[in-house]
Design a protein around this ligand. Structure first.
Ligand SMILES: CSCCC(=O)C(=O)COP(=O)(O)O
Ligand SMILES: [Mg+2]
Length: 228
């Protein structure tokens, strides 16, 4: 019996175009200035050092680090130092009211109903935990952070790795088969299933189906059978 839901964000409860056409361009536009003016702050300096380690250039210039990060944004690389810096950059945009966090209405109604029914709600996204807090704090439906019990990002591992889901389950008071993972990406669902979680594929935009996973086109089609 399912006792908790673990949900992806982009493509599952949030429109892909909000991330690709609002958040990513905003981060790319603000990143050079943000990194240069905040490079001595520990939270930023730590990510700059992580980029230098990844590119194996300990003496890389700040411009090389910035250009590397911009290239990773263009390629939608889910690399932890980029995702951590994006979360710090997006905070200004949310606070300025430049955008609110998109949630599909069916997803919002689903999350509220599930929490009211006693399900624990967790989030696992490539976006940093800070970015997750922000999209929910400044969501289209107001501050919905009280819906969620905890948040996980790529610090537990990449989303297409089985070990990432094993690391998440190790932090929950639940068995893997008591957790239902919701995602739009089949490879993520495969990794979660290999770790023993139950899975449900959100196919909102005509993505290819996978015979390995049950699917729904939106949460209005979610039924009690999905919690069995
Ligand atoms: C938390 S909003 C930003 C989401 C993000 O940066 C991203 O890369 C989307 O990844 P997801 O794993 O949620 O599809
Ligand atoms: Mg996704």
């Amino acid at each position: 019996m399912i006792k908790a839901l673990l949900t992806d964000i982009e493509g599952t409860i949030t429109r892909i175009s909000f991330v690709k056409e609002v958040l990513f361009p905003y981060a790319a536009n603000q990143l050079p200035e943000f990194v240069k003016t905040h490079q001595t702050q520990s939270a930023v300096a730590e990510q700059i050092d992580a980029v230098k380690t990844i590119i194996e250039q300990p003496n890389a210039s700040i411009d090389l680090v910035i250009n590397t990060l911009l290239e990773w944004i263009r390629d939608d690389k889910k690399i932890t130092p980029l995702k951590q810096l994006q979360g710090l950059i997006w905070q200004t945009g949310y606070e300025n009211g430049d955008f609110t966090g998109h949630l599909y209405p069916d997803a919002y109604q689903f999350l509220v109903a599930q929490q009211q029914a006693g399900q624990q709600l967790y989030v696992y996204s490539s976006g940093s935990v800070k970015a997750q807090h922000l999209i929910f704090q400044y969501s289209d439906f107001g501050d919905i952070r009280p819906l969620f019990t905890d948040y996980f990002d790529t610090k537990v591992g990449a989303k297409q790795q089985q070990a990432a889901y094993e690391n998440i389950i190790a932090q929950l008071p639940l068995a893997a088969n008591e957790v239902l993972f919701l995602s739009d990406v089949a490879a993520e669902l495969d990794a979660a299933k290999a770790a023993g979680l139950k899975t449900l594929h959100l196919i909102r935009d005509g993505q290819a189906r996978s015979p390995e996973h049950n699917y729904i086109n939106d949460f209005s089609h979610f039924t009690a059978e999905h919690l069995a």
